[in-house]
Design a protein around this ligand. Structure first.
Ligand code: HEC
Length: 206
């Protein structure tokens, strides 16, 4: 009796298929049938490339190139300034409790070493004779929000910029928290009324 070749081929395929399942992990590299996917011609970083006049394989991006997600095209939000260059008066972000708490965390990390926990300028570094200014001076109280933002973004006088450590959202969160600190140290009766608190309760007895 002649076995139909179709059955033989099916059996061989099945055997090959089952044989491929070894059932245990192997240390040996897999068998490649298509090597050209692995060994493509290409230039590695730092390699020489005779195609270009300067013989560098790595090309610099075209001037003015902006990395994805880094188009900072809103000066009020990214630099804290209006179109005319003046500081924005108010934080251009909705302020929620969690936003303030985010600002508190960031402030505690980046600003307390110098400005102190409540912002009165007696951070740890003052033990070593380095003096940061208080954030409870009339000067800082009267700054527009954008100017405090700018202190973080650009630095201010002898204070360095913290732009590269603190991203834009956290910078504004810190500004919001600095405002909360200022209120905590300098609330007047009108603030208590605004917050629906009874001034009697907070009387200092002066
Ligand atoms: C390494 C210490 C240091 C750190 C950290 C630091 N500051 Fe300052 N900051 C200073 C000093 C010093 C000054 C005073 C600069 C001057 O006028 O020469 C200053 C000034 C300022 C002023 C302006 C005060 C004024 O009266 O003009 C603001 C606002 C301010 N800092 C905010 C911040 C915030 C917000 C952070 C956290 C992101 C921060 N600083 C982190 C040292 C620091």
């Amino acid at each position: 009796m002649q076995i139909p070749s179709f059955h033989i081929i099916s059996l061989l395929l099945l055997a090959a298929f089952l044989g491929a399942c070894r059932g245990q992990p192997s240390e040996r590299p897999p068998i490649h049938t298509q090597y050209n996917m692995y060994w493509q011609e290409r230039f590695n970083a730092q390699q020489e490339n005779p195609f270009f006049a300067d013989r560098r394989a790595m090309r610099t991006p075209v001037e003015g190139t902006v990395a994805r997600g880094h188009l900072e095209d809103d000066p009020a939000y990214f630099q804290g300034v209006n179109a005319d260059g003046s500081f924005v008066e108010e934080i251009p972000v909705d302020i929620t409790r969690s936003f303030l708490e985010q600002g508190q965390k960031q402030y505690n990390v980046y600003c307390t070493p110098c400005h102190g926990g409540v912002g009165d300028g007696d951070g740890t570094v003052s033990d070593y004779g380095y003096i940061a200014t208080s954030l409870h001076t009339d000067n800082v109280r009267e700054m527009p929000d954008g100017e405090i933002y700018s202190a973080i973004y650009n630095g201010i006088n002898t204070m360095n910029s913290y732009r590269h450590l603190i991203d834009v959202e956290n910078r504004w969160a810190i500004v919001a928290y600095v405002r909360a600190l200022q209120l905590s140290q300098d609330a007047g009766e009108e603030d208590l009324e605004r917050l629906n608190l009874d001034p009697e309760q907070f009387a200092t007895g002066e």
